[in-house]
Design a protein around this ligand. Sequence first.
Ligand code: PHE
Length: 337
Amino acid sequence: IRVEALERIAEVEDIKTLQDIRITYLGKKGSLTSVLKGMGKLSKEERPVVGEIANKVRDAITTSLEAKIEVLENAALEKQLEAESIDVTLPGRPVKVGGPHLLTSIVEEIEDLFIGMGYEIKEGPEVETDYFNFEALNLPKNHPARDMQDTFYITNELLLRTHTSPVQARTMREYKGIKPFKMICPGKVYRRDNDDATHSHQFTQIEGLYVDKNVRMSDLKGTLDTFAKKMFGEDRSIRLRPSFFPFTEPSVEMDISCKVCNGEGCSVCKGTGWIEILGGGMVHPNVLEMAGYDPQVYSGFAFGMGPERIAMLKYGVNDIRTFYTNDVRFLKQYHQA
Ligand code: PHE
């Protein structure tokens, strides 16, 4: 029994078979067990001799089984470790990182530019009162120029602001008609428009306002010229055309020159060689007065521009809706590495 059992144990390659072997020899009906059961039939002299041999055989089989189990378990562990080993020298998988939205980058670029000229950044509410959106800007109730901006009304007195100009009136009030200041205000605005490639019911504006003693039209022109050259390149120039806004007098619209066509092509604007990018003018005396500034002492200039328009011009984007639909294939073209 001993020789046979040890031989079988040596051959076995898995733990399950070892259990079977244990049962075959040492189990309740195992061959060694039946030897021990048969002891009763032996004579008194034979019993201790056979008993001793049987015990030794059982010990030998048990020891051998345990040793083999250990060997097999170690081998299995070894195999698992090998399978799960990690090659730390392999290059890692790239982690996808986001980046600022093109519109955010443009707004920040414009902010930086004006901060460099001494402007502070202001904010105002998107749900605005009729008073700040219109009346404080020299647009009393029933003024025909209200038609220039189709408005989403919430109640008779509350609306979604149609431009960032109400922040002009708010800031002038904050400075109480006594302090000079320069501010720009970026933010979302809303108009009752049908969306197409160049119109959106919600878009972005950046308002600018400078109030001080002796602010003149030439200051506005110089500021806008600096802005245009820094934003689009030193080879660009601006022109001001007369326009109308109830809150500025005189009012202007500003065009920027298109790039001269070269071997690599021309920029977006066709035809005249000029493209409009903002509206502005000298703050109307009524607006100054309503906010508490004496128009005999103080003057100011204001402007409002659309960053989408600027981004479209600068990067040749041809549909304003691409700013809002958040197609990452579009957006990630503008992420800096
Ligand atoms: N608020 C005007 C608009 O939305 C732009 C503007 C701003 C004009 C400031 C003059 C001064 O069209």
